[in-house]
Design a protein around this ligand. Structure first.
Ligand SMILES: [Zn+2]
Ligand SMILES: [Zn+2]
Length: 325
């Protein structure tokens, strides 16, 4: 597996070829992924009773387990080879795709999705996120831990059993680097100001003691919604147990509305990378979660020009989240 940079742009790709996939596998009516057997509970690798089907277990919560995490069977990064980026012949910049790729089975129940969890169950999952993040950041060469969830085929998974994934990387992804670079051009954290403005705008969705949720002004996806802590926390690892319950409560409200939409969605966390956490010279990134439903397909405008056409305005989306339509 290899991390490769575009010839001239600041854009990276992980080449993670699966030798078991033949060209036929990519046809839409073909076998999309070996894991697509998982609608059948007997073959589901993530179900209780089938633990022997997963790669090495990294930990579990509850006895018998309620949440269980293990190495990804199809990792896109591995702790092998050269972690640093090098350039050959001017236009070819690369490194080994170095890191750790884990899966979290969020429940032992094959038929329960994250939006069916109660607040305490979501909080338990967030606590696992926080602990995994702390442990993975303690490993050599790891600069960024990317935590994300794919729900549904249009969001990139054919595995029905509710799960999240963690990528611990030896490089900071471009988007996070860009956010940090821009944040560091401001006198004070722009997100602290933005969330206050949005919490009084047409795009405000939900609020509790610790968190706010709003649809972003330039939403890329139909019904995109962001969750921010009201105070400036640089990472999930800084959030207290009590505040995690507030985060779970606001996530429950968002996820319940996504259940009504019955759509595929992704979410991912944006946190401050390890190297910036204790650097007094650098501003940190305001921790947040971006939730991106995958309803509208992107075409040539979006892929070719990175100008995104969104057919649902964030103001309309916010009314939907607030239950006004
Ligand atoms: Zn299952
Ligand atoms: Zn802030």
């Amino acid at each position: 597996m290899e991390l490769r940079k575009d010839y001239i742009l600041d854009r990276y790709v992980i080449i993670a070829e699966q030798r078991t996939l033949r060209p036929d596998s990519f046809r839409r009516d073909g076998v999309i992924h070996p894991n697509n057997l998982s609608d059948n509970q007997i073959a589901c690798h993530f179900c209780a009773g089938n633990e022997y089907l997963t790669p090495k277990e990294k930990g579990r919560f509850g006895n018998p387990w309620i949440i269980r995490w293990f190495e990804n069977k199809f990792p896109i990064v591995e702790p092998l080879g050269k972690y640093f980026i090098q350039t050959d012949n001017k236009y070819f910049t690369f490194s080994d795709a170095y890191g750790y790729h884990e899966v979290i089975a969020e429940t032992n129940d094959h038929n329960k999705q994250l939006y069916d969890f109660n607040e305490v169950e979501i909080k338990n999952l967030l606590t696992v996120y926080k602990n995994r993040m702390q442990e993975l950041y303690s490993k050599d060469h790891i600069q960024y831990v990317h935590l994300f969830k794919n729900h549904g085929k249009d969001a990139g998974t054919s595995v029905k059993h509710s799960h999240s994934q963690i990528l611990a990387l030896a490089h900071i992804p471009r988007l996070v680097r860009e956010e940090l670079t821009v944040v560091n051009t401001y006198q004070t954290c722009p997100h602290c100001e933005i969330l206050n403005i949005e919490n009084a705008s047409y795009r405000r969705c939900f609020e509790n003691n610790t968190f706010v949720a709003f649809t972003p002004y330039a939403s890329r996806f139909n019904y995109e919604i962001w969750i921010f802590p009201k105070k400036h926390y640089a990472s999930l690892t800084e959030i207290s147990d009590d505040a995690l319950l507030d985060l779970a409560s606001i996530m429950k409200r968002v996820l319940s509305r996504l259940k009504d939409l019955n759509c595929s969605y992704n979410y991912y966390l944006h946190c401050t990378p390890k190297g910036y956490m204790n650097n007094p010279a650098a501003k940190t990134l305001h921790f947040h979660i971006e939730i991106t439903p995958r309803i509208q397909l992107w075409g040539g405008v979006e892929h070719g020009s990175e100008t995104i056409v969104n057919q649902v305005s964030p103001e309309t989306a916010a009314r939907f989240y607030r239950g006004e339509q």
